[in-house]
Design a protein. Structure first.
Length: 613
């Protein structure tokens, strides 16, 4: 049982301060720890921590939305967070604070020797060196937002960090061998597979871009705690110790492993999607351009420029590679390079059989897991071991996947895909409306998270079967959340802070570019008002897009691809759907978001009641 002291403070001094204090007390009680919380409000501090309280405490937690003096806590590990996170994630914060304390107590690791910087009694400290990679399937928003979050977290904690971003434009700010060699730990915050061959001999901590965005300091503290227990540098193993400090850190590792296991299939799927997207984008744009040049029947006029572009985009060109690339890189994510060939061959067979992207998904996972388990089961003599990854595994797994696709999987899946395709192509009225509502709501519920990506992947996969209506609904719904919030910050300035109004300008640009993540800062601050508003607005946009029978052949780009002739059908109706969804989101925010003036009056009234009692 650990002893914890904490301080909560927010600029208004009443509501969040005491809610955070109560949440931390409940969280500590649930975990079996003791805690004393000092609240620093608009008046005098309450439940003030004594010198003895601080001296006997294992860790100090500061949950504050403003700067709190830390003079009293020199030589004590300090974990800083916000009142909002303390209210929502109290147990997680307590566990991370104790894990940070465990790491700082282990003097065998350079990373653990870092002590919290305080204004009093400064010490010579050795800051940890961290290298990181961030990557998400589409490589646009989450990649760079996660990188920025890790950089801010490192600056707050007093560590050095360099983050390589692996996005759709390739690797940027690439890590050098010297930087990797000098690093205490490697952090990989990715929703797709990242090649780790460069990090042999280094401790690697893996998490998602979402975790990096939500709790950058916690991610870095967990990584350094792992490095402290594995000074020789092991990517996955953790040393079992008998101390309570090691035990707390092991709890963190166990939770991370459970989280990784639960998201493994999603991560493999997103790896396939990330490699598939460039083929879909290039093929879709070339098909649209071919229609612009040669008309809707461009593919029938052999020898013309429109026909040639259509062949490059569709036919035997880019679109013919979508399913093999998807299947190949799903398999690669599971089994590394030996899985690439069986996955791609399974994808090619899926195309030839008519099983399409559904068959490709099955082939990718089948090839990946078949190769993975064959690699574990097959042991060759040392002088023949080099043949296993280049001959034995690809040969056996390709044969297994190929035979299953031809004789078992292909026919029923092709029938299912044909029925789904026909149903979607003939969908109209209520059915179209309901599908649009569903896809639209999914795009806004987590704004770039697993549910959003599931709807997006479903729609992108259908493009290879020439079913383009769901893609139009998904893009319209994905543009709506940031656009609706941007409009709200412009029309109802008194409901948003100056910082949020500035974020609204950026959200407008992100919205027209189909980057739903532009709404995340608003949702993080006020989820109970923002997320329902964006979900309803996106559902309206998706439903209207399906109802108007709009079709889109390009999976990304937002407004910048809509004016390419042939890229979208029923363009005017499509704009109406986007505008309607945006206005719905903005209108709901008008009724649910109170003005900052009225909030201040409420807080003052609550303060008076608290003082009277």
């Amino acid at each position: 049982m650990a002893k914890i002291v904490a301080i909560t403070s927010s600029p208004t001094g009443i509501v969040h301060t005491f809610m955070a204090a109560e949440a931390l007390q409940r969280g500590a009680e649930a975990l079996g720890h003791t805690i004393k919380v000092e609240t620093q409000g608009s008046g005098e501090a309450q439940h003030t921590l004594t010198t003895d309280d601080i001296q006997t405490a294992d860790v100090v937690i500061i949950a504050a939305d403003e700067k709190v003096a830390q003079d009293r806590f020199s030589a004590k590990p300090v974990y800083e967070t916000t009142t909002s996170k303390a209210i929502r994630q109290s147990q997680q914060i307590i566990e991370e604070a104790l894990a940070q304390q465990a790491a700082s107590s282990d003097t065998s690791s350079p990373a653990a020797q870092t002590t919290p910087a305080t204004p009093v009694a400064p010490k010579e400290v050795e800051h940890a060196r961290i290298v990181a990679i961030t990557s998400c399937p589409t490589g646009i928003a989450h990649t760079f937002m996660a990188a920025e979050a890790l950089e801010r977290a490192a600056e707050t904690l007093g560590h050095q960090i360099k983050v390589e971003t692996q996005g759709s434009v390739g690797a940027q700010n690439a890590l050098t061998p010297e930087e990797i060699q000098r690093a205490n730990v490697v952090v990989i915050a990715a929703d797709a597979k990242v090649d780790q061959s460069r990090f042999t001999g280094k401790t690697v901590y893996e998490t998602s871009t979402h975790d990096a965005l939500q709790n950058g300091p916690g991610v870095l503290n967990k990584a350094l705690a792992l490095a402290a227990r594995n000074p020789q540098g092991t990517a996955t193993a953790s040393t079992t110790g008998s101390s309570s400090q090691d035990y707390l850190a092991q709890i963190q590792d166990a939770k991370s492993k459970r989280s990784a296991a639960s998201t493994g299939v999603y991560k493999h799927l997103m790896t396939g999607v990330s490699y598939m997207l460039p083929f879909v984008v290039a093929g879709g744009l070339l098909i649209a351009i071919s229609f612009a040049i040669g008309g809707i029947d461009a593919a029938k006029h052999a020898g013309t420029l429109g026909w040639a572009l259509n062949q490059i985009g569709a036919g035997t060109g880019a679109f013919s590679l979508i399913v093999p690339i998807l299947a190949g890189y799903i398999s690669y994510s599971i089994a590394d390079r030996p899985g690439l060939a069986p996955g791609m061959i399974g994808g090619v067979l899926s195309n030839s059989i008519g099983a399409g992207f559904l068959g490709g998904l099955i082939a990718g996972f089948l090839a990946g897991y078949a190769t993975f388990y064959l690699s574990k089961w097959i042991n060759l003599p040392k002088n023949l071991a080099g043949l296993k990854p280049v001959l034995v595994l690809p040969l056996l797994s390709t044969a297994i996947v190929g035979l299953l696709m031809v004789y078992v999987i292909g026919t029923p899946v092709s029938l299912i895909l044909a029925a789904l395709t026909n149903w979607l192509k003939t969908m109209q009225g209520t059915n179209a409306l309901l599908l649009g509502l569903l896809l639209g709501g999914m795009m806004a519920i987590d704004m770039g998270g697993p549910i959003n990506k599931s709807a997006y992947t479903f729609s992108v996969g259908l493009l290879s079967s020439h079913v383009d209506a769901p893609m139009a609904a998904v893009m319209a719904a994905g543009m709506t959340p940031p656009l609706g919030l941007a409009l709200a910050t412009y029309l109802f300035k008194n409901r948003f802070t100056v910082e949020e109004q500035d974020a609204g300008k950026a959200a407008a640009v992100l919205g027209i570019a189909f980057i739903t993540e532009g709404a995340i800062p608003f949702a993080a601050r006020d989820p109970f008002r923002v997320i329902p508003a964006t979900m309803i607005g996106s559902a309206v946009a998706g439903a209207l897009s399906m109802l108007f029978a709009c079709q889109l052949q390009v999976p990304h780009g937002g407004i910048f691809v809509l004016f390419i002739p042939g890229a979208v059908t029923n363009l005017l109706s499509y704009f109406i759907a986007i505008i309607a969804g945006t206005l719905v989101t903005t209108g709901i925010l008008f009724f649910t978001k109170r003005s900052l003036t009225s909030k201040t009056a409420t807080v003052k009234a609550e303060a008076q009641l608290a003082q009277a009692s």
